[in-house]
Write a protein that binds this ligand. Structure first.
Ligand SMILES: [Zn+2]
Ligand SMILES: [Zn+2]
Length: 441
């Protein structure tokens, strides 16, 4: 598998896209490759030769010099097909990113090396706990403006921003990073006309507050930094190369749970990739993820959505969505087509609720996909739909429908919570009036 992104000005992204398509023709490459005026974002799987040939070719294109890519060995294709296209924005965000000086001088975050990032995470935690940085934090590893203020005890906060979706946070996150309040990163506003211009956790912070951002591969941080810099934030840091590179270099330190990924594996353990590779090699003989029957130089058919991930029973940071018990990663997506929410559950609840994320979905009026006990996302509804019930909708249409379903689901949940709280209050009032102060041992 090869991942990379590169921010640069592309004069004619549509022509560039056509050239990439031409290069990939006849090569064994699948994945998601997006080009825009602001550069490229690519996640792909393929034979070692083809995947590397493509990365090398891109790095040799005018304007793409210095492109760095990441390689990981995987047992099969991680994507069902190749989607290679031009997009207005590399990263979707409410308000778009086209107006932002993405990738330009002065508008990037300061990239921290993984080891330095780890010290910053420790520092953020110490500051948050009101403790001094004396113990357990290597002040020398912190960026100068942070170390200086820390030395003078003038540092009362370091914000750690998880720039991913809430369900990714649930699977795993850095210690000290709060769960994103915008449930999708794409809902994080960027318009300067909006009165809510920053993520909820940054409201009211002064512009010198150190902000640490991280995401899976690093691109969201680079794009979002352009917004924060435009807003006047001066100490904007990002984990260079994202969590992927962090795992490669320091492993799972200061990380809780596993890592959500946007390929057929859905989630990977928080450890060096060699370790994960050993896991799927050893533990998964005979399953989709194994190398059995593998022909060198050719990748196995496909390990993508709708199929089994080579990993199961991984640790998750958050509990089961349904019962609150211990959940396992990878998460699944709700069997109800109108919901499709990605959620974590325990094995028992997955069975009991027929692969749905809650009662509301089990009782949904239409379109429930078959129960899926194995990890890995459902494929599109049409794959399961009987003839005559297939639906044809655009990505935007689907997003709109899912957003509507999410809102109504959230409203139903809020109502239920209120009901339960009222019940509890009533019960407490009953106890008070009946017991008159009982409860002593
Ligand atoms: Zn459960
Ligand atoms: Zn659901």
């Amino acid at each position: 598998m090869v991942n990379f992104y590169h921010l640069c000005r592309v004069a004619d992204p549509e022509a560039e896209t056509a050239a990439h398509r031409e290069f990939c023709r006849g090569r064994d490459i699948r994945g998601r490759i997006y080009l825009s005026w602001q550069g490229i974002n690519a996640q792909l799987s393929g034979t070692r030769e083809d995947a590397h040939a493509y990365a090398e070719w891109v790095a040799g294109r005018p304007g793409f010099g210095g492109l760095a890519w990441r390689t990981e060995r995987v047992p099969a294709h991680m994507f069902p097909r190749l989607t290679l296209k031009f997009r207005e924005s590399l990263i979707s965000m409410a308000g778009g990113t086209k107006h932002l000086p993405v990738g330009e001088e002065g508008y990037l975050p300061e990239h921290l090396e993984p080891g330095q990032w780890r010290e910053m995470i420790r520092a953020a935690r110490a500051v948050r706990a009101g403790a001094g940085l004396g113990d357990g934090v290597d002040l020398g590893a912190l960026p100068a403006p942070v170390a200086e203020r820390a030395g003078k005890s003038a540092l009362d906060e370091i914000v750690v921003l998880d720039l991913r979706n809430d369900y990714e946070w649930d699977v795993g996150h850095f210690e000290g990073a709060d769960r994103p309040r915008e449930s999708r990163f794409s809902e994080t506003p960027t318009e300067s006309t909006d009165d809510l211009q920053v993520p909820a956790y940054m409201e009211g912070k002064d512009k010198d507050t150190p902000v640490m951002m991280y995401c899976t591969g690093g691109i969201r941080c680079d794009v979002y930094a352009a917004h924060l810099r435009t807003m006047g934030y001066r100490n904007v840091y990002a984990l260079g190369g994202g969590v992927h590179r962090y795992f490669e270099e320091v492993g799972g330190d200061e990380w809780d749970g596993s890592l959500y990924v946007f390929d057929g594996r859905v989630a990977v353990p928080a450890e060096r990739p060699e370790e994960s590779e050993r896991r799927w090699r050893e533990g998964r003989e005979g399953e989709v993820g194994s190398l059995e029957g593998h022909v060198p130089g050719r990748v196995n058919s496909c390990l993508a959505h709708g199929q089994t991930s080579p990993f199961r029973g991984l640790r998750a940071a958050a509990g089961c969505r349904v019962c609150g018990g211990e959940a396992e990663a990878p998460p699944i997506n709700c069997a109800n087509i109108d919901c499709n929410r990605i959620f974590l559950a325990c094995p028992g609840c997955k069975q009991r609720l027929l692969g749905c994320c809650g009662r509301e979905c089990v009782e949904a009026p239409r379109l429930r996909r078959p129960v899926q006990d194995a990890p890995g996302n459902y494929a599109k509804w049409n794959k399961y739909a009987p003839e005559g019930e297939r639906i044809n909708e655009s990505r935007i249409g689907r997003r709109r429908r899912e957003r509507r379903a999410r809102k109504s689901r959230e409203a139903a949940e809020a109502k239920r919570e209120q009901r339960e709280a009222r019940k509890e209050m009533a019960a407490a009032a009953m106890r008070d009036s009946a017991g008159g102060g009982g409860g002593g041992a």
